[in-house]
Design a protein around this ligand. Structure first.
Ligand code: AMP
Ligand code: FE
Ligand code: FE
Ligand code: ZN
Length: 285
């Protein structure tokens, strides 16, 4: 495919470094094969896949953006912050990631203890080894429940054990959005509010209040294109971008192909044009 015909990008993807199924390099090959011109790897709480992804992207001719996705504290819904153009060696960033990962490990221990109370025996060390990821979370525990024959699939594992309100659900402790944004900026990056549809805001005013707070903390962009967003969401979030002078980002939030987590790399309900990356680039400080 000629470069000129490659107009689309994907700024939200997960690899085996967190809870995706493809290794970082393979993900870049798929992105190229799907005709994209640029891609960002945005694993949860880790930068460990960036080097491999960047190297393979360069080999195939894909423009690559160093990314990350951090889950921030919120009393309801999900407040996730995407970081782009980050320096993966930034000490402040690495310190923050260490802290997040140790909070996660503590939580994994608690989840495993709950499962033990239910008579389900999962060994934390074995889980870490088998998952082979740098950031272990509920999806890996779910996969383990499937492997042991307790659940037939991930959905069952979440619906019966790991999901909110289920017997082995433990709230995850994490950092504040302000801290996540500050550290992304300290690492030379720009921050984008991921899938605002998942914030749990019931009114536009509520959404604007959250955005106002994040913009004051240094937010640069908002994820307008996401598979969870319908046409009305896209309109609403584009309006927020205009109102708060935020750049727009978009991506597939790809984890795997298939019903749970597969929207296809680079594709979703709405494709994201290369021009959005150009504009995001101009916001780098
Ligand atoms: P954690 O960060 O450990 O709380 O895990 C969150 C991840 O679990 C999300 O990124 C999803 O990939 C996955 N997840 C959350 N809820 C479900 C669900 N009901 N079914 C399948 N996967 C889920
Ligand atoms: Fe995920
Ligand atoms: Fe997310
Ligand atoms: Zn994501």
């Amino acid at each position: 495919m000629a470069m000129e015909s490659r107009r689309w990008i994907d700024l939200h993807m997960h690899s085996t470094a967190s809870d995706g199924v493809y290794p970082p390099a393979k993900l870049m090959e798929i992105a190229w094969d799907r005709g994209l011109s640029a891609a960002a790897l945005t694993d949860h709480d880790t930068v460990s896949g960036l080097d491999a992804a960047s190297e393979r992207a360069r080999k195939v001719g894909l423009e690559f953006v160093n990314g990350i996705e951090l889950a921030a504290a919120r009393d309801r819904g999900a407040l996730h912050i995407l970081g782009y153009f980050i320096n993966p060696k930034c000490p402040a960033l690495l310190t923050l990631l260490d802290r997040i990962v140790s909070l996660r490990n503590q939580r994994n221990h608690d989840v495993i203890a709950r499962l033990a109370d239910l008579g389900i025996d999962i060994d934390h060390e074995r889980l870490n080894m088998r998952a082979g990821a740098d950031v272990i979370g509920r999806p890996h525990i779910a996969a383990e429940l499937v492997r042991c024959g307790i659940s037939n699939d991930m959905r069952h594992a979440f619906n019966h054990y790991l999901g909110r309100g289920k017997p082995a659900f433990i709230e995850r402790q994490t950092v504040s959005a302000e801290e996540a944004i500050a550290v992304i900026r300290e690492a030379g990056g720009v921050a984008s509010l991921a899938h605002p549809s998942q914030l749990g805001c019931e009114t536009l005013l509520e959404l604007e209040t959250v955005c106002h707070r994040l913009v004051s903390a240094g937010l640069t962009a908002i994820e307008v294109n996401h598979p969870d967003h319908g046409p009305r969401d896209i309109e609403r979030f584009s309006g927020i971008a205009a109102r708060f002078d935020l750049a727009r980002t978009g991506g597939s939030d790809f984890h795997r192909f298939g019903p749970a987590g597969g929207h296809g790399i680079g594709f979703g309900k709405r494709r994201t044009p290369f021009s959005w990356l150009d504009l995001l680039n101009q916001r780098r400080v």
